[in-house]
Design a protein around this ligand. Structure first.
Ligand SMILES: C[S@@+](CC[C@H](N)C(=O)[O-])C[C@H]1O[C@@H](n2cnc3c(N)ncnc32)[C@H](O)[C@@H]1O
Length: 262
């Protein structure tokens, strides 16, 4: 895949894909067909729906905001959002799309690394969607979680949606992605001073993920057809049972609160 530094990898990916269409190839699964990325986005939106219902005026932090999909969803609900991302191009694209949606008065975006986050403000709500899975070094993830915790109000909440299989699966790991298990994350958030308050599933139907390693090996038309069938077959299960079938779900929604006196 790539042995580039993470910021170079994300900057290049953003330059290639962030301005295109819905921008999903920059922030979901790059190089994959549009229908596949739309299905991912749809299952993410369903899984996060409950947590995106914030009160107007909520101070929200969008961690690794990419093109600002979730920043705009929160701002539409009346939140005042700060989005942070490693890639300057993603941030520029987030600003452009947010202005296009006339939400710029409720959102601001900054280039930054979560491992050194220092915004000088506290927030009621922080959201990170498929970001920690791209920070490979365990020590940096722990530091990032500590920095995030230091930006949360005492009664604040952190909602993460990450690849977090129940059992270790390393076949999808690469130079820019690692599927930490839920137990790995549990150890990390515990050391960083968080308590778990809720856990949900996203995509319990494993067919798409199981097929991914073969996607590029088969003839393109055949791969696309198989992927389309598997995606279509997964949708009803993910839609109806996705939140409840936590253990088989590849991604999990992890809701955390800072430990300590309330
Ligand atoms: C898979 S994309 C998800 C983007 C966004 N959360 C979404 O769901 O649309 C991962 C994003 O995390 C950003 N990122 C990766 N490592 C980061 C870090 N250490 N600090 C801040 N952002 C980071 C990347 O630049 C990229 O935009």
């Amino acid at each position: 895949m790539s042995s580039l530094p993470a910021e170079v990898y994300w900057e290049r990916r953003a330059r290639r894909f962030a301005g295109e269409g819905a921008g999903l190839r920059a922030v979901c699964s790059y190089g994959m067909p549009e229908f596949y990325n739309r299905a991912i986005e749809w299952s993410q939106r369903l899984a996060l729906r409950r947590w995106l219902r914030v009160e107007p005026g909520t101070r929200a932090l969008d961690l690794g905001c990419g093109i600002g999909r979730w920043s705009r969803a929160l701002a539409t609900r009346g939140a005042r959002v700060t989005g942070v991302d490693l890639s300057a191009f993603m941030v520029a694209e987030a600003e452009r799309r947010t202005a296009g949606a006339r939400l710029e008065s409720r959102c601001r975006f900054e280039v930054g690394d979560l491992a050194t986050l220092d915004l000088g403000e506290t927030y009621d709500f922080a959201l990170g969607v498929t970001v920690l899975q791209h920070i490979l070094d365990g020590e940096r993830v722990r530091t990032a979680l500590e920095r995030i915790r230091s930006h949360l109000a005492v009664d604040g909440k952190l909602v993460l949606l990450e690849a977090a299989p129940t059992r270790r699966v390393s076949r999808c790991d690469s130079d820019i992605f690692t599927a930490r298990t839920l137990e790995d994350y549990r150890a990390l958030w515990s050391v960083a001073g968080f308590d778990l308050v809720a856990l949900g599933g996203v995509d319990p139907m494993p067919l798409k993920v199981q097929f991914l390693p073969y996607y590029r090996r088969l003839p393109r038309a055949l791969s696309k057809t198989i992927l389309a069938l598997l995606t279509l077959g997964s949708l009803p299960v993910d839609a109806l049972l996705g939140r409840r079938l936590v253990a088989p779900s590849w991604h999990k929604v992890i809701v955390l609160e800072p430990r300590g006196e309330k």
